[in-house]
Design a protein around this ligand. Structure first.
Ligand code: IPE
Ligand code: IPE
Ligand code: MG
Length: 256
């Protein structure tokens, strides 16, 4: 069954006026938070919440694509999430693999370009299959011109910045660049997000108001939005409401 129904898309787009559609963010970033609490509230194990969370993600990816959003970056797993139980980590990674194998063809048909942000080469043993599936997804969709879907996985914003600094320091030490060549553009070019537009809009679900090490460099002028909705309940209507809020923000970038 096609997940990107065009008639459905038209109906959904109708909450936006033509002017609103012009003002949608180019790059949306989402901290998908609250899966565990969603499950606990139902007396279920946390992995049940992650399963529901993946379904919510599918809908948000589809809706972003239908709305013509240029880039969507989602926080799937942080460098700090390894501190969770082995059961929870493997349930999450398993769901991810399942998601990729199940949806890849469909995403590819819809011209979605998948990029992984984070150090997936450094994953612990036992996750080789997952790693291979992710590399395959990136390879297969690399040239696609539709939605740029960036999955932050084993991602840490501080680690990303340090990694970029190391890469530039190595180039300088090797005499390939002079220190003055380390401009903001050069620095951004060493981040996982190289070539993507700046983040315009950052959404966090579940009521928390913190960045949790997400896109620290890229969110310099991002508009923040928080909702108390737990991630598995964050549907197209909730996303539309968030996007509509964005269209009414007055971004000044330090000006007046
Ligand atoms: C977000 O939900 C999903 C990931 C971190 C992968 P949580 O698992 O953090 O859910 P809560 O915040 O404990 O409710
Ligand atoms: C952020 O959520 C990470 C992801 C959504 C993948 P967390 O639940 O890990 O963040 P904290 O621990 O509440 O800051
Ligand atoms: Mg959380």
């Amino acid at each position: 069954m096609a997940i990107f129904g065009k008639d459905e898309a038209k109906r959904k787009q109708s909450v936006f006026s033509p002017e609103d559609l012009q003002k949608l963010p180019r790059h949306v970033a989402v901290i998908m938070d609250g899966n565990g609490r969603w499950a606990t509230k139902r007396g279920m194990p946390r992995s049940f919440g992650h399963k529901a969370g993946v379904e919510a993600l599918r809908a948000i990816i589809r809706h972003s694509s239908d709305l013509g959003i240029e880039a969507l970056t989602i926080y799937a797993f942080s460098t700090e999430n390894w501190t969770r139980s082995v059961e929870e980590v493997s349930a999450l990674m398993g769901l991810l693999l399942e998601y990729f194998t199940r949806e890849l063809d469909e995403l590819h048909r819809e011209h979605v370009c998948i990029r992984i942000l984070g150090d997936i080469s450094g994953m612990p043993k036992g996750l080789e299959k997952q790693q291979a599936a992710l590399y395959a997804a990136m390879d297969k969709t690399r040239e696609n011109t539709g939605l740029k879907l960036n999955i932050a996985l084993n991602y840490g914003g501080q680690q990303e910045i340090v990694r970029a600094a190391q890469a530039l320091a190595k180039k300088a030490a090797a005499g390939e660049i002079v220190p003055d060549a380390i401009t903001r553009e050069a620095f951004a070019g060493e981040l996982y997000t190289a070539g993507l537009p700046e983040v315009d809009f950052l959404i966090r679900t579940s009521g928390e108001m913190r960045l949790s090490n997400f896109l620290l460099y890229q969110c310099a002028y991002a508009e923040f939005y928080k909702t108390d909705i737990l991630w598995p309940d964050f549907d197209e209507a909730a996303y539309d409401e968030a996007l509509l809020t964005f269209t009414r923000r007055n971004r000044r970038f330090g000006g007046v």
